[in-house]
Design a protein around this ligand. Structure first.
Ligand code: AIR
Length: 184
């Protein structure tokens, strides 16, 4: 086992490797998707509320302390004028994944999408789809898997499972009598 893998194992027992934060409790229904995905890969994240506008000091402290607390990736979800991912990214060198949330105050999700997506040069945020918290969880696991063979193995199995599901659909559709020369 490599030193890096050993370190990751130690940090799993000592503290979370992924932080999931969101602007409001009203984002929780969407953002739990990230936690659920990470748990599938046996990564137990921490999850809490941090609002860029309502708790700016908390945001700064969270972002600045995350690396020293052993966190490797931060997933940030917010809706409306969604400044949380960008401001967290401004305060840490950890990779930040932004989840635009279609909130009750949103203009169809476009406001949060563009607030998170259109980051200026020098401060990247990896933005997933609107309400795409599950993909944020998978992406966070993929980042951890660079140095953790156990998570990598679970991601491989997940990819194979997705393949199996689609191939089941291929069979279902062919039973309906549509022509398919490709799979002949
Ligand atoms: N929000 C909270 N603080 C800053 C922002 N952008 C977002 C939350 C939520 C939306 O505002 O992330 O998606 C509405 O929050 P609430 O608390 O009014 O339901």
């Amino acid at each position: 086992m490599s030193t890096q893998t050993t370190n990751n194992k130690q940090q799993t027992t000592n503290g979370p490797l992924v932080g999931i934060i969101m602007g409001s409790e009203s984002d929780l229904d969407i953002m739990t998707g990230a936690a659920e995905m990470l748990r599938q890969f046996e990564v137990e994240p921490e999850l809490t509320i941090v609002s860029a506008h309502r708790t700016p000091e908390r945001l700064r402290e969270y972002a600045q302390q995350a690396k020293n607390r052993g966190i490797k990736v931060i997933i940030c979800g917010a809706g409306g004028a969604a400044h949380l991912p960008g401001m967290v990214a401004a305060n840490t060198i950890l990779p930040v994944i932004g989840v635009p949330v279609k909130s009750s105050n949103s203009i169809d999700g476009w406001d949060s999408m563009l607030s998170i997506l259109q980051m200026p040069y020098g401060v990247p945020v990896a933005t997933v789809a609107l309400n795409g918290a599950k993909n944020a969880g998978i992406l966070a696991a993929q980042i951890l898997a660079l140095h953790d063979t156990s998570i990598a193995g679970k991601l491989e199995a997940f990819k194979e499972y997705q393949d199996d599901i689609v191939m089941e659909s291929v069979k279902n559709v062919s039973r309906l009598g549509f022509r398919n020369e490709f799979d002949r």
